[in-house]
Ligand binder design. Sequence first.
Ligand SMILES: NC(=O)c1ccc[n+]([C@@H]2O[C@H](COP(=O)([O-])OP(=O)(O)OC[C@H]3O[C@@H](n4cnc5c(N)ncnc54)[C@H](OP(=O)(O)O)[C@@H]3O)[C@@H](O)[C@H]2O)c1
Length: 323
Amino acid sequence: MSEQKYLHLNNGLKMPILGYGTWMASEEEITVAVNEALEIGYRHIDTAPVYLNEKAIGNVLQEWLSAGKVKRSSLFVTTKLPPPGNKPDLVESTLRKSLADLQLDYVDLYLIHTPFTVMLDENGEFKRYEDGTIMVDPSTDHAAIWKEMEGLVAKGLAKSIGISNFNLQQIERLRKHCTIQPQVLQIEYHIYLQQPELIEYCKASDIAITAYSPLGSKGVGALNKMVGVERELPDLLEVPEVKQIAKKYHKSAAQVLLRWIVEKGLSVIPKSTNSKRMRENKDIFDFKLSPEEIEQLNKLDANVRVVDFAFFKGVEKHPEFPF
Ligand SMILES: NC(=O)c1ccc[n+]([C@@H]2O[C@H](COP(=O)([O-])OP(=O)(O)OC[C@H]3O[C@@H](n4cnc5c(N)ncnc54)[C@H](OP(=O)(O)O)[C@@H]3O)[C@@H](O)[C@H]2O)c1
């Protein structure tokens, strides 16, 4: 099995550099897939209440833990404070609900999923205007939410805390109000969206970065179609430079895309529910890109964001919408 590498977080804890993403997989799919992921050796699992699969993941984790097949201390489980829970008074109860679903006493990493807040209706569904667009709650107060996030660490409910989808200005502002600095920023990151300023800032501030949608997130296209968003998305697996490098190392295009990210010192969480591709995505520690190849891929940056939340129409009106 390939060696498992770690990123060292600013609180002294470590996070496996390679994780397993779980967005857009049904409970049935994810039950089979998380079992398989653990068999293959993934130990870092990324989920969120909005993925609607924490319960299924919790069942699998519980089976593995109670059978003694894995120790809690060797797992790294991340979940997120969802956009409707983005209010100080909801932080702890929202994490406690995730913990109950995941059947865990603590998560290794709790992230504020988005810098914006949305409203729920009386049935617990996203509150919408008549035209279907989401109603936002503009009262979001990052500093007050963060104080509650820090409280989760004090209570032992989260080992590390962080943010996701925050832009540089939002992080800079938040850091002025922190007792605990964010350990991790989770953002979309791949050859077409490299955000060098944001990455530089986080490196200088000792905030570890997790790259989401590293393969270009094919599922977003389907999601966009479902809600009527017409948008052509790039196919990162078909980029000629990536394919050419893959051929040289007898690796797949996906492996080159992932390897390029870990060589930059970022953590990466590809999602697959396909057994062969899950193995492929984990098998990226036995080859190394040359500095020229890394540079060749760096040059492909095109500032193309795939997860722009267009499928979540209305949130772009929130004063803290980050993009
Ligand atoms: N914080 C956030 O706001 C946020 C946003 C987006 C994602 N995330 C996290 O990041 C994870 C990864 O991002 P993502 O799911 O958006 O996209 P991704 O990992 O870039 O791409 C997943 C897609 O690529 C396919 N795939 C996986 N491995 C492949 C391979 N080796 N060759 C060819 N195709 C492959 C998958 O299909 P198969 O399953 O059929 O293999 C799936 O359609 C998510 O699952 C989630 O945990 C977080």
